[in-house]
Write a protein of this length. Structure first.
Length: 263
């Protein structure tokens, strides 16, 4: 039997095919890229594919880095470079997580009780709390990126997007869905293996991009940010929703970028 035949009949090919399908499924959910055409969407696929969330974050970070580098090559000022990098990442993701942050801020800030908070979070319109949250999110990320060189910004973007997307399935492990019919519930619960892969990939990416001390500092900062939004969500609405997961991604991304800028 030739090497090619042994490779095809071994467990390696199904293993790689599984990761390919998970990456495509995760990418079709987390971005606007038409990847759903390349993989059949089955029941429970999103929960199983969450192990690839950090890899999708790497791709998004690379796209942001490319925009940052092009802006630098054109001689634009640091603030414009940072804004264009964030614009590129928002365009590729469709502002999915920014929308979750705005809805979460509106619900937590404007609702008098749990049911009212959840009702506000379902409303597609953004109120004062949501607008302020987006302004602060955008401003903090622009300020952090503007303080970095092109290589530093690129590595920071890759790490921030990978780590922040790992935060979502990990948060789902500790919080129950706050309602049975929302996106957070319909996505399903990732199993322990998927969560372990998710965390391992995020840690490796952070350490490779930011070094040992920088990577650990960024991971700790992201963990604190996600723990804070998780604790707040538990107290406010008794669990998580899709919007809360988006807010957690935003908080973790901001935490990583600010940590890199501070270091």
């Amino acid at each position: 039997m030739s090497f090619d035949e042994r490779f095809r009949t071994s467990a390696v090919l199904p293993f790689l095919a599984g990761w390919r399908d998970d990456l495509l499924a995760s990418g079709s959910f987390l971005t606007r890229l038409p990847l759903y055409r390349l993989v059949p969407i089955e029941s429970g696929l999103l929960a199983r594919s969450m192990r690839a969330f950090p890899l999708v974050g790497v791709v998004v970070g690379l796209i942001g880095w490319a925009a940052f580098a092009i802006a630098a090559w054109l001689g634009l000022p640091p603030a414009a470079m940072a804004l264009l990098a964030l614009t590129a990442t928002v365009l590729v993701t469709g502002g999915l997580h920014e929308d979750g942050l705005a809805d979460t801020a509106d619900g937590f800030g404007g609702g008098a009780d749990r049911e009212r908070k959840l009702a506000i979070m379902r409303d597609s319109r953004s109120g004062a709390y949501g607008v302020m949250a987006l302004i602060f999110s955008l401003g903090l990320r622009v300020a952090a990126l503007a303080a970095l060189t092109v290589p530093e910004a690129g590595l920071a973007l890759i790490a921030a997007h990978a780590v922040s997307r790992a935060a979502m399935p990990l948060l789902m492990r500790f919080l129950a869905p706050s309602r049975p019919d929302g996106l957070g519930a319909s996505a399903g619960q990732p199993d322990e293996a998927a969560q372990a892969w998710c965390l391992a990939i995020a840690v490796v990416v952070a350490l490779l991009c930011l070094g040992l001390s920088g990577g650990i500092a960024a991971l700790v900062a992201a963990a604190i940010a996600v723990a804070a939004i998780g604790t707040l969500a538990q107290r406010q609405i008794g669990g998580h929703t899709g919007d809360v997961l988006g807010a957690a991604q935003q908080m973790a991304e901001i935490a990583v970028l600010l940590t890199v800028a501070a270091l």
